[in-house]
Design a protein around this ligand. Sequence first.
Ligand SMILES: [Zn+2]
Length: 246
Amino acid sequence: MKAAPEAQKRLLDLAELDTGLDRLRHRRRSLPELAEIDELSKRLAQVSTQIIAAETEAGDLARDQAKAESDVDAVRVRVERDQKRLDSGQVSSPKDLASLQSELVSLRRRQSDLEEVVLEIMERREAADARVTTLKAEREEVTGTLRAAEDRRDAAFAQIDKESGELTSGRSAITADVPADLLGLYEKMREQSGVGAAMLHGGRCLGCRTSLSIADLNRIRAAAHDEVVRCEECRRILVRTAESGL
Ligand SMILES: [Zn+2]
């Protein structure tokens, strides 16, 4: 392949821009915010699930408490009724009196047991409500941290995209100066090895850092200026400049 030495030298500018674009793409993929956002999103989902569980538990306990309180009320009503009958003096038979008193004793025991149950449910309900409050505060905090990380990510993306845009415009300006067949070879090599062209500098290929053999250097010395030469080691387009050591 033949191409004007000036066009070949433009490939070095192109390779520099492409390296810059690769670096920006890598930076975009590996922003620390991305891992942070991932972690925070997972934590947020976890906390939301925990809130639903705690709220469900608090709701169940509220229902249990209402039920237990109504049981207490029912027993209290019976206690009051029996007490009133006892106080009224209408029950005169000793047998009935004894039976009424014994019923009162057992009703009061039952009332006390049920009140214990209510207290125990109230304690569990308070704990569940406190858990809901704590979890909601945590959700708020995680959400805030997540939004901040997203903002930082978006700002970094905007900066990277702006730089990429500039490099891409620079790239278009260069590719306009490079003949299609040379550009095609450059792109093919870039696909294969990441970098399409490298400078021959002091007898070394700067693409693969290999020092060329005397035979290869002699072959390049003998080649016409517009001959496109390649590195025997990495096959990249080898661009000759004043510093090539030829
Ligand atoms: Zn090489």
